[in-house]
Design a binder for this molecule. Structure first.
Ligand SMILES: [Zn+2]
Length: 100
């Protein structure tokens, strides 16, 4: 499955790095990835496949935590686009205009 790699954007000065374990993406170095803020708890729900293969409505915040294996979420936390499949952008609020 293709991951979300984008055309190089303008070099930014933000000191943003990805919060996912073992990921070394940095906004200043990896110009072809985009960084996403963690959704707020209770903000939105997404459909996520559960253990039984059924789609289940779950809080987007919880879904991200679960999928990205993150225990502690801070407001500064950013997740890089390498953890999203292109098809996942249907589920994201990336500026493609597609919304959950
Ligand atoms: Zn990352």
């Amino acid at each position: 499955m293709e991951v979300g790699i984008f055309t190089e954007r303008v070099k930014s000065k933000w000191r943003v790095c990805c919060a996912v374990k073992n990921c070394n993406s940095k906004a200043s170095k990896n110009l072809n990835v985009v960084f996403h803020k963690f959704p707020k708890a209770g903000e939105r729900t997404v459909l996520l496949e559960n253990y039984f293969g059924n789609l289940e409505k779950i809080d987007k915040f919880k879904a991200w935590k679960k999928l990205l294996n993150i225990n502690e979420v801070t407001p500064q936390m950013k997740i890089c686009s390498l953890h999203f499949k292109k098809t996942d952008y249907i589920l994201s609020d990336y500026n493609s205009g597609k919304k959950i």
